[in-house]
Design a protein around this ligand. Structure first.
Ligand code: ADP
Length: 319
C-alpha cells in the first residue's frame, strides 16, 4: 500500500506544476493575443475606415453642389479606385452644370430679344392705331416665327438629349422623301430667287426613321438657303455607293473657316454672332442633325471653303 501511495504522490506533483505553468502561459498568450487583436483592429480601422470617412465627408459636399470637392486617393486599392470614380463623377457633374447654365443664359437671351421687339411694336400699334405699317406687322410675325422655331428646336434638343426620342425605323423610299422636301422648300422660296435642284438616278430604299432623316435633311437644306450669298443655286445630289447611299447638299454661300468646322455641330454655336440676327437661326439646327445621324449610326460631315460654299453630306446604309 505504501509503495503505491508514494508513486501516486510522485506522479501528481510534476503534473500539477506543468498544469500551472501551462495555465500561466495560456493567460500570457491570451493577453498577448487580445492586445495584438486590438492593435490589428485599430490599424485596420485606421487604414480602412479613415479614408472612407474622408471620402464620405467630400461626397456630402458634392451632393450639396460643391463640385470642387477633391477626392484624395489614399488608402488601399479599392479606396483609391472609389476616390478616382468620385473625382470623375464630380468633373462630369460640373460639366453638366456648366452646360445647363450656358443653355439657360443663351435661351433667355434668345427669348428676350424677340419678345422685347414684339412688345415695343405692339405698344406702338396701340399708341398710333392709324399708323400701323405692314413692316411692323411683318416684324411681329417674323419674330413670333423665330420664337416658335426656337422653342421647337429646344424641345427637340431636350428630347434627343434625354433619350426620349426613339427611332421608328422602317423601309422607305429615300429618294422620293428627299424629292418631296426639296419640292416643298423650292415652292416656299421660289419668289426669293432660290433654285434648288435635286440630282438623282434611281430610287433608293433605306431602313431608317423617315421623319427624323427628313428633319435632319431639312435643317441642312435651310442652312444652305440661309447661308447662301448672291448665288442662290443649291444642289442636292444622291449618289449610290456599294452598300450605301450618299446625300449631298451644296451651296455657293459664305462657307465656313477650317478652324470653325469642328464646332458648328455643337449646341448654340454660331460662327458670326452679329451677322446672325438678320437670319433666322437658333444655333441648334446642326446639333439636332448630329444627334439624328448618330442615333442612326450614319456617317455625316462637311467640306467647306470660305467664300466659296459648303457641301454638307450624310450616308445611309442600304440593306
Ligand atoms: P443656325 O441656327 O445658327 O443656323 P446651326 O446649328 O444650323 O445653327 O449652324 C451652326 C453654324 O454653322 C451657323 O451659325 C453657321 O455659322 C454655320 N453653318 C451652318 N450651315 C452652313 C452653311 N451651309 N454655310 C455656311 N455656314 C454654315
Amino acid at each position: 500500500g505504501q509503495v503505491i501511495s508514494l508513486t501516486f504522490y510522485a506522479m501528481i506533483t510534476p503534473v500539477n506544476a506543468t498544469v500551472s505553468t501551462l495555465q500561466i502561459q495560456l493567460y500570457i498568450i491570451t493577453a498577448i493575443m487580445i492586445l495584438a487583436a486590438v492593435a490589428i483592429a485599430l490599424v485596420l480601422s485606421d487604414v480602412i475606415a479613415k479614408p472612407l470617412v474622408g471620402l464620405n465627408d467630400r461626397a456630402k459636399k458634392l451632393s450639396k453642389g460643391n463640385y470642387n470637392a477633391d477626392f484624395i486617393a489614399s488608402g488601399y486599392l479599392e479606396v483609391k479606385e472609389l476616390s478616382d470614380t468620385l473625382n470623375s463623377t464630380a468633373i462630369e457633374l460640373s460639366k453638366v452644370d456648366e452646360l445647363r447654365r450656358q443653355l439657360i443664359a443663351n435661351i433667355s437671351h434668345d427669348l428676350r430679344t424677340p419678345l422685347a421687339l414684339i412688345y415695343s411694336y405692339a405698344e406702338m400699334m396701340q399708341d398710333f392705331p392709324d399708323e400701323i405699317t405692314t413692316t411692323q406687322v411683318q416684324t411681329i410675325m417674323s419674330e413670333t416665327r423665330r420664337l416658335s422655331s426656337l422653342v421647337n428646336d429646344i424641345l427637340d434638343v431636350s428630347k434627343l438629349e434625354t433619350g426620349a426620342m426613339e427611332l421608328h425605323m422602317y423601309h422607305y423610299n429615300l429618294t422620293e422623301s428627299i424629292g418631296e422636301t426639296v419640292a416643298r422648300l423650292s415652292e416656299l422660296l421660289k419668289n426669293d430667287g432660290y433654285s434648288i435642284v435635286f440630282q438623282h438616278s434611281e430610287d433608293v430604299y433605306v431602313t431608317a426613321d423617315e421623319a427624323k432623316i427628313t428633319q435632319a435633311f431639312y435643317n441642312l437644306l435651310t442652312n444652305a438657303v440661309n447661308y447662301s450669298s448672291e448665288d442662290r443655286h443649291i444642289t442636292v445630289t444622291q449618289s449610290r455607293e456599294q452598300k450605301s447611299v450618299r446625300i449631298e447638299v451644296l451651296d455657293h454661300g459664305e462657307g465656313i473657316a477650317q478652324e470653325n468646322i469642328p464646332y458648328i455641330w455643337d449646341r448654340y454655336y454660331k460662327v458670326d454672332k452679329k451677322h446672325k440676327r438678320a437670319i433666322t437661326g437658333t444655333g441648334l439646327g446642326l446639333s439636332i442633325v448630329k444627334k439624328i445621324f448618330e442615333l442612326h449610326g450614319a456617317c455625316y460631315g462637311v467640306e467647306s471653303e470660305l467664300g466659296k460654299g459648303s457641301v454638307f453630306w450624310f450616308q445611309l446604309e442600304i440593306q
